[in-house]
Write a protein that binds this ligand. Structure first.
Ligand SMILES: C[S@@+](CC[C@H](N)C(=O)[O-])C[C@H]1O[C@@H](n2cnc3c(N)ncnc32)[C@H](O)[C@@H]1O
Length: 307
């Protein structure tokens, strides 16, 4: 959400347009009845939603939810970690693109230093989250020179770092193919200093390719969403805060569920809308991506549907 677009004058969605926790929990229950096993609270930034731990507790209690996770930028984590753990959140991913303060500040508009995020991670460890995952988006010429330092830090602290290829999400990041550091190159970079070997996937549809340190000192993941797209194995649905369901990170439009939710539709009617959407989906944007599609395709912004 670049500050020049979303500055002080930007009018955010009025509260009544956001789904309530009860509405999100109801949709979660319906999605679980259709086969969803894993739910992730992402964003935007999930921790700016007041009382998010209440939503986590409601979802954690739903029968059939096998995994409840959150991705956060870590800015508010120090004060929220324990409440999230107590609420039943199982796993935590913190985004951290560099340990170098200057690089990190350049990426977040000079607002936040690394230490604040590290304090959040420490609080999450103290609350009992383990292992914590760290998401690092790598951009050539921006933070690629800090990748090995970050890998070393995560290895020492027992975190699982996942290096993500920079993607053309939304329409505002001015993505260029030259900015992408291919996952293969990232693995070679780290392997040269901290020898690695590949590990088989955890589960079908897992997006990260995993590597472990040859000396047994933990593992890393790389997400090759640009150089090795995995559209065919994608099983994700994304729900925006205002109640639209998206079958792809790169979709232009979503399917509105807020209207049926608020006009008295039964669970079965909503289930049919979702099932129909799922059966029709044929998204494969990452397989057809070119510089042309990146520049000219209308896409939902990432702050609306998370990563
Ligand atoms: C959009 S954020 C939302 C959650 C939260 N605000 C955060 O910062 O973690 C989810 C994940 O998407 C990743 N991400 C953001 N922009 C990206 C891009 N252009 N390419 C690849 N991943 C990206 C972030 O690094 C983050 O780990």
């Amino acid at each position: 959400m670049p500050a020049d677009v979303f500055g002080e004058r930007y009018r955010f969605l009025p509260k009544e347009q956001l789904l309530t926790f009860e509405e999100i929990t109801r949709l979660s229950r319906i999605l679980v009845s259709l086969g969803a096993l894993k739910i992730r609270l992402t964003g935007g930034e999930p921790l700016v939603r007041p009382g998010i731990e209440r939503l986590a507790a409601q979802i954690a209690r739903l029968p059939g939810v096998e995994d409840l996770a959150m991705t956060t930028n870590g800015y508010l984590l120090a004060s929220k970690a324990q409440a999230l753990k107590d609420a039943g959140l199982r796993r935590l991913t913190v985004s951290l693109d560099s340990l170098d303060d200057e690089v990190f500040k350049r990426l977040n508009g000079q607002r936040v230093g690394v230490q604040r995020i590290l304090d959040g991670i420490t609080a999450a460890e103290a609350a009992g989250f383990a292992p914590i995952k760290i998401n690092t988006v790598v951009q050539r010429g921006v933070n690629d020179h800090t990748v090995v330092e970050l890998a070393r830090f995560c290895r020492e602290r027992g975190h699982i770092v996942r290096f993500i290829e920079y993607m053309d999400v939304g329409t505002l990041n001015g993505w260029k193919l030259e900015q992408v550091v291919p996952a293969e190159e990232l693995v070679s970079l780290i392997d040269a200093e901290l020898p690695l070997e590949p590990v088989g996937g955890n589960y079908p549809g897992e997006v990260a390719m995993r590597y472990r340190y040859r000396d047994g000192g933990g593992e890393i993941g790389v997400i090759a969403s640009v150089t090795k797209p995995f559209c065919g194995g994608c099983t994700r649905l994304r729900l925006s805060p205002d109640g639209s369901l998206y079958t792809c990170l790169f979709a232009a439009i979503g399917t509105d569920l807020r209207q049926p939710l608020r006009s008295g539709a039964s669970d079965d009617e909503i289930r049919q809308v979702i099932a129909g959407l799922w059966q029709r989906r044929d998204d494969r944007y990452s397989e057809i991506r070119t510089s042309q599609t990146a520049a000219h395709t209308r896409k939902v912004e990432m702050y609306q549907i998370g990563g």
